[in-house]
Design a protein around this ligand. Structure first.
Ligand SMILES: Nc1ncnc2c1ncn2[C@@H]1O[C@H](COP(=O)(O)OP(=O)(O)OP(=O)(O)O)[C@@H](O)[C@H]1O
Ligand SMILES: [Mg+2]
Length: 340
């Protein structure tokens, strides 16, 4: 499998007609690392993913992958670059009339000249990676939502993508299935060393899966950086989000005006829960080799330590100490295969 690639987004802005979705978004997805993008509903997270694969065209800014600017390149170059991506859409986006095998084989038949024998080997390998062996003859309508997600994931993997985008992989799953899926995501990252970007509303996923977290808010990328920065941030919007509470700057349909938010915060003074405690990041399952991104991230984060807020620095030091340099904590996670 190919190793992950850096994705560098610079000053990106996207509008539909007169309605601006977000502006001046800049971030770098470090190669092979897992990043999460958070944000209230409707802030344009899915639009951001679609922009990354060139399905939507931002009017300003750049997206650099392998020295190509996706916003400006030719259609044929864009077609080539797109093959580097695997995408897990929210609903799995499977063809209802095709069984799982044909759904998962589809990108191989469409984009490669591989023969049916080789296609079969690849499809069965990916099916087993996501724990669906034996189900390849079933139609999407005959399996559960969690199984459809995993089938969508297998399809996202068949072209050995360098970058994998997940749009709410955990929506509609119960907490146990979400925990298994998150473990699968970490193990896949170890096996592929691909660059992952996950959009999620699940706080537990945000706390335990990524190396980096970003937050889209008020039409801007409010933060992007090592997980410890957001997870220890005292910004009201962050603690509102992480605690899933009503009081704070985020409203039901749009952001509240700042006066109302300030009033609510004042009324709640002294009662507001602080930030939830920092949870350790999920380690790879026993028997799975360590993620290559771990060591790269350690040196990357250490080199940017001095730029980080004090809370984040303390949290990073603590996690380095706890792991004693080694990341794996054998025995913490279930060893059985992902089951439905
Ligand atoms: N093709 C399109 N044409 C016009 N407007 C669009 C298009 N796609 C998305 N939008 C608008 O862009 C905004 C952001 O949508 P998007 O789906 O990216 O939100 P989101 O952050 O993914 O929300 P959620 O968390 O609910 O999935 C919405 O107001 C939506 O109506
Ligand atoms: Mg969305």
């Amino acid at each position: 499998m190919s190793a992950g690639v850096e994705v560098r987004v610079e000053g990106l802005s996207k509008s539909f007609g007169r309605s601006n979705i977000w502006s001046d978004v800049s971030l770098t997805l470090p190669p092979g690392e897992v990043s999460v993008l958070l944000g209230p509903s409707g802030t344009g997270k899915s639009v951001f993913l679609k922009s990354l694969i060139g399905l939507l065209k931002p009017e300003k800014g750049s997206i650099f992958i392998h020295d190509t600017d996706l916003v400006r390149c030719t259609e044929s170059r864009l077609y080539e670059i797109r093959k580097l991506f695997g995408v897990l859409f929210q609903d799995g986006a499977l063809f209802g009339s095709m069984n799982l095998f044909d759904n998962i084989a589809f990108p191989l038949r469409e984009h490669t000249r591989k023969g049916e024998k080789e296609i079969r080997d690849i499809v069965l390998e990916k099916i087993s990676m996501v724990g669906l062996s034996g189900d390849e003859g079933k139609l999407p309508g005959e399996i559960s939502g969690g199984m459809r997600k995993r089938a969508g994931l297998a399809r996202a993997l068949v072209l050995d993508p360098e970058i994998i985008l997940f749009d709410e992989p955990d929506s509609g799953l119960d907490p146990v299935r979400t925990a298994y899926l998150n473990q699968l995501i970490i193990d896949l990252n170890a096996q592929t060393d691909s660059t992952f970007l996950i959009v999620t509303h699940d706080i537990n996923t945000a706390q335990t899966v990524p190396d980096n977290i970003g937050l889209l808010y008020r039409k801007h990328l409010a933060m992007f950086g090592p997980r410890e920065v957001l997870l220890t941030s005292e910004e009201p919007v962050v603690s509102q989000f992480l605690n899933g509470r009503r009081q704070g700057p985020i409203g039901m349909s749009e952001e509240k005006d700042s006066e109302q938010a300030a009033r609510e915060m004042q009324e709640m003074e002294g009662e507001l829960p602080g930030l939830p405690p920092l949870k350790p990041q999920i380690a790879v399952s026993p028997g799975v080799p360590e993620r290559k991104a771990v060591a790269r991230r350690q040196s990357r984060v250490q080199s940017m330590m001095h730029e980080l807020p004090a809370n984040a620095q303390a949290a990073i030091r603590e996690s380095l100490q706890r792991n004693g340099g080694a990341h794996r904590r054998d025995g913490d996670y279930p060893t059985e295969q992902f089951t439905r």
